[in-house]
Design a protein around this ligand. Structure first.
Ligand SMILES: [Zn+2]
Length: 188
C-alpha cells in the first residue's frame, strides 16, 4: 500500500499533518510520559521524512515543545519554507527563530483574546507579508463567539484582530493571507 502511494504522484497530498510533539497531554507518570514522548518524536521524525520525500509542506503541532520540534525539523532536512507551525501561541522570540529559518506561523482565534499580548507580538513580528490564519475548529473560537464551537465563518474575527494588530485594513489581511496560503500549499 505504501509503495503504491509513494509511486503515484496523482494522489500526492497537498500537505502532511498536523504532526509534532505535545507535552500537554502526557500521562502523569514520569517514566510513562517519557516513553510516550519518545514515541511522538519517532512518529514526528517519520512524518518529516515522508513530507521531505513527497516534497509537500508539513503542518506542525507543537504544544509545550517548540524547541524540540525545531531541533527535529532542523535534523530532518525538510526545507523550512515548507514548515508551518499551526496554532502559533508562542511569543516573538520563537517567531524570530521561525523567520530566521524561513518557516511560517499560523494564527488562530487566540489572537483575539485579551490575555494574548505575546501572541499578538509574535503576529506583529511575522508581519502582514508572511501572515497565515486558521480556525483550528472546533477549538480556539475567536471573540466574540468564544465558548461556542469554532467554525470557518468566525475566521473573520481573527483576521480583524490581525488587521488591528498590524495597523492595516481587513481587506489587506484577507487578500494577503489568501495569497500566502495558496503559495505555501501550492494551490492554483
Ligand atoms: Zn494541533
Amino acid at each position: 500500500m505504501e509503495a503504491y502511494f509513494l509511486s503515484s504522484s496523482a494522489i500526492k497530498p497537498v500537505a502532511l499533518g498536523e504532526t509534532g510533539l505535545d507535552r500537554f497531554h502526557l500521562p502523569k507518570d514520569a517514566g510513562e510520559a517519557e516513553r510516550i514522548l519518545d514515541l511522538q518524536k519517532a512518529s514526528f521524525s517519520q512524518s518529516l521524512q515522508l513530507a521531505k520525500q513527497w516534497g509537500v509542506p508539513v503542518v506542525v503541532h507543537s504544544r509545550g515543545a517548540f524547541q524540540e520540534c525545531v531541533d527535529l525539523i532542523d535534523a530532518s532536512g525538510v526545507p523550512w519554507n515548507q514548515v508551518i507551525f499551526h496554532c502559533f501561541v508562542e511569543g516573538p522570540s520563537e517567531m524570530e527563530q521561525l523567520l530566521r529559518r524561513g518557516g511560517w506561523g499560523s494564527f488562530t482565534g487566540v489572537a483575539t483574546y485579551k490575555s494574548a499580548d505575546t501572541v499578538r507580538q509574535a503576529l506583529r513580528a511575522q508581519g502582514l507579508g508572511r501572515l497565515m490564519l486558521e480556525t483550528d475548529a472546533p477549538y480556539l473560537t475567536p471573540v466574540p463567539h468564544r465558548g461556542k464551537p469554532n467554525e470557518p465563518a468566525y475566521l473573520v474575527h481573527t483576521a480583524e484582530a490581525a488587521a488591528q494588530t498590524l495597523g492595516v485594513t481587513l481587506a489587506e489581511v484577507i487578500e494577503t493571507t489568501t495569497d500566502t496560503a495558496k503559495t505555501v500549499f501550492q494551490i492554483p
